[in-house]
Design a protein around this ligand. Structure first.
Ligand code: GDP
Length: 691
């Protein structure tokens, strides 16, 4: 018979995970009694250990769902709090401490909480039982207890003593049964006394005859009967039986001594049920019967639930199976695939283009600084100085001045810190590309994965950064000393730079246009620019420093005007230089001092080509090789089951899908277990009959 209860308790525990509907609940034994009725002592006698919170001020504030599991072949006795993940606890005083802490964690203002504590105890000495210990009823509120505590405890108990649960109503022998709070509560929900077991504690505190008359009383008949116990641990039982040791022997010895001392009242003739051992047997028997009785109903309810889950699975999810693991694996595969596609499209030519763009900009800066440097940025009257632009065509190839100018310009490029710049640029490009890939993937709704991927990227890039940057810097070193140019390079550079300048010219013109629009039209713009030009030529004097405006224009308008003048001047320089570059003079490399733009473009091109060569080997290839592996590690094999589950559930749609799948699986599992239970029951039944 034992097997049945064990299996049913197993089913009961699975059902608790599946759902809270009352139809799906298999019965448990609910223990109620008023404070000091001896409730804890009875439970501890059944378990064989002291493990419940004690102390004058300690009232139980949360239900304890106690699952006792008989482990016939094991030696060890231990407890487990499945929800806390503390592992096996073999020291029962440690279980007691944990329960006390969990109890104290309920805020005093809340009085009691209906969130149950789950505790399983495994031992060869316990029967298979499922018990729920509830807070003891209080008669009179203590001074330091909130007035509503009494009612809240009663309400909580009411919730649990509903069918199909069995009620274990504890009353003390030294209190009139008519005054037993437990029996009164039980009668309200079980008026015919069909699912209540009466336990009368402290039998040793009343005359044996009185005790016997209480147990034999017909005033409050219970179909499942009364059991009288003396479940206190005898004070003389010594140190070893208290705390961590098993107290069963001490209790039964003490109890037997009492009952056998009164054979007339409690002997076999009396037909009264007494003793903790009798109580244990009764509990096992009653629980098994009750569970068996509700099995059919529960099984029907599960069938119905399963049908609903199956329907939802079909309609909402097209019967598509899903597990957190498969979801992660699919997402990861898709992501790696999209990364591979990117990797194939971002190679040497693309890096080259990226870098050249950057260097083109630097070339323009150098030119503006060293060659096109008209003092056009401030409003002070122009100094009389040679105009470098009109000088350029005359640049004498034998004049050291022009040599130095070009050398210095070329140095500004070669000593720019190309290694760092190029590495940063490529790393940034990779980073933002991966970001884009994440956003386009299922990972976009998963902060955990996003973080893991970003970490993987920066991990690899950080590791490669300095060596790559040093390598590149080393390899461009020769260009810091000498740059040789051949004819075909010159021709190509000429074409390149004229494209760059045209593009820049267009950008300047567009910017000027947008400034014009922002100030409100061409006419206004012309007026302001005209004023600024006159100030520059010294024809008018700007009052103050122009902060408060001038010439009838506001400071803001003057600022816009300055911007427009700058853009106009830059555009005119660019057009002039374009003309020069396209002119016959610039067709040969011998005239490089006339055409620094072309020479600098060639420098930039050489730097780019060399940098790309090493970036490709040191950074790009390394990244393409390591990134997918790092992904596997961070999002694949490296994750625990819990982490995978947490990851998948970050997306509520996935969480819902997973829930349906899991619910369906659980219900199927329960049904399967029930089926095997029924077969077992049939076999047991036949064996009983054969006896
Ligand atoms: P609870 O508040 O209902 O959990 O009651 P306890 O189990 O803590 O018991 C209250 C007091 O009654 C304790 O001092 C126990 O030692 C004592 N007690 C419990 N059962 C018995 C018993 O069978 N006989 C005697 N004499 N005392 C008992």
């Amino acid at each position: 018979m034992m097997m049945l209860t064990k299996k049913m308790i197993e089913i009961r525990n699975i059902l608790q995970v599946v759902g809270q509907q009352s139809a799906l609940i298999l019965p448990s034994i609910v223990v109620i009694g008023s404070q000091s009725s001896g409730k804890s002592s009875v439970l501890e006698a059944v378990v064989g250990h002291e493990f419940l919170p004690k102390g004058s001020n300690m009232i139980t504030r949360r239900p304890i769902e106690l699952t006792l599991v008989n482990t016939p072949d094991a030696q060890a006795e231990y407890g487990e709090f499945p929800a806390l993940g503390l592992g096996k606890i073999t020291d029962f005083s440690s279980i007691q401490r944990t329960l006390t802490e969990l109890n104290l964690a309920v805020p005093a203002a809340d009085c009691v909480s209906d969130d149950p504590i789950q505790l399983s105890i495994y031992s060869p000495n316990v029967p298979d039982l499922s018990l729920i210990d509830l807070p003891g009823y209080i008669q009179v509120s203590g001074l330091d207890q909130p007035p509503e505590l009494k009612q809240k405890i009663a309400d909580l108990c009411d919730k649990y003593i509903q069918p199909p649960n069995v009620i274990l109503a504890i009353s003390a022998a030294d209190v009139d049964l008519a005054n037993s709070t437990a029996l009164r509560a039980s009668r309200r929900v079980d008026p015919r006394g069909e699912r209540t077991i009466g336990v009368v504690t402290k039998m040793d505190l009343v005359e044996a005859a009185r005790g016997a008359s209480i147990l034999g009383d017909r005033k409050y008949p219970l179909r499942l009967g009364y059991v009288g116990v003396v479940s206190r641990v005898p004070p003389t039982s010594g140190l070893f039986s208290r705390g961590s040791g098993n107290i069963t022997t001490a209790i039964t010895k003490n109890e037997n001594a009492y009952f056998s001392a009164h054979p007339l009242e409690f002997g076999p003739e009396s037909e009264l049920a007494v003793g903790t051992t009798t109580l244990r047997k009764k509990l096992m028997h009653v629980l098994e019967q009750t569970m068996a009785a509700s099995l059919q109903g529960t099984s029907d309810a599960i069938h119905q639930e399963l049908e609903e889950a199956t329907y939802e699975f079909k309609v909402q999810y097209n019967d598509r199976p899903l597990s957190a693991e498969s979801y992660l694996a699919e997402s990861l595969d898709a992501f790696k695939h999209s990364f591979k596609e990117f990797a194939e499209s971002f190679g040497r030519p693309q890096v080259r283009e990226l870098l050249k763009e950057e260097l083109n900009q630097r070339v323009l800066d150098v030119l503006a600084q060293r060659y096109w440097n008209k003092p056009i940025t401030d409003l002070t009257p122009a100094l009389v100085e040679p105009d470098p632009l009109s000088d350029l065509p005359k640049a004498d190839p034998d004049n050291l001045y022009w040599h130095r100018k070009l050398d210095a310009s070329s140095s500004s490029l070669t000593k720019l810190g190309i290694g760092r710049l190029a590495t940063t640029n490529v790393a940034n490009a990779l980073q933002s590309e991966v970001e884009r890939l994440i956003n386009a993937s299922t990972f976009s709704t998963h902060p955990f994965a996003r973080q893991a991927i970003t970490d993987a990227v920066s991990g690899i890039l950080n590791e490669r950064f300095y060596s790559t940057s040093d390598q590149v810097e080393n390899c461009i070193k020769p260009y810091k000393y000498e740059i040789e140019v051949d004819d075909s390079e010159w021709a190509k550079g000429r074409q390149n730079v004229s494209d760059v300048l045209s593009k820049e010219l267009k950008a300047c013109e567009a910017a000027e246009k947008s400034v014009e629009t922002s100030v409100g039209g061409r006419k206004k713009m012309k007026d302001v620019m005209g004023y600024i030009d006159r100030v520059r030529k010294g024809e008018v004097v700007l009052e103050g420093d122009g902060v408060g405006g001038g010439g009838g224009f506001s400071a803001a308008l003057l600022a816009k005007g300055r911007e427009a003048v700058f853009l106009r001047d830059r555009a005119s320089i660019l057009s002039m230089r374009l003309l020069a570059i396209r002119s016959k003079q610039c067709t040969t490399k011998n005239n490089k001092y006339y055409c620094p733009e072309i020479f600098l473009d060639i420098v930039a091109d050489k730097l780019t080509a060399t940098a790309v060569l090493f970036l490709n080997v040191e950074l790009l290839s390394e990244f393409y090789y390591n990134f997918p592996r790092e992904l596997d590690l961070k999002l694949g094999r490296g994750l625990s089951r819990d982490e995978v589950e947490r990851f998948a559930r970050e997306d509520w749609r996935v969480a819902r899908h997973l829930d349906v799948v899991k619910r369906k699986e659980m219900l199927e599992l329960v049904l399967q277990k029930m089926e095997s239970l029924r077969m077992l029951e049939g076999r047991e039944g036949r064996r009983e009959e054969a006896k």
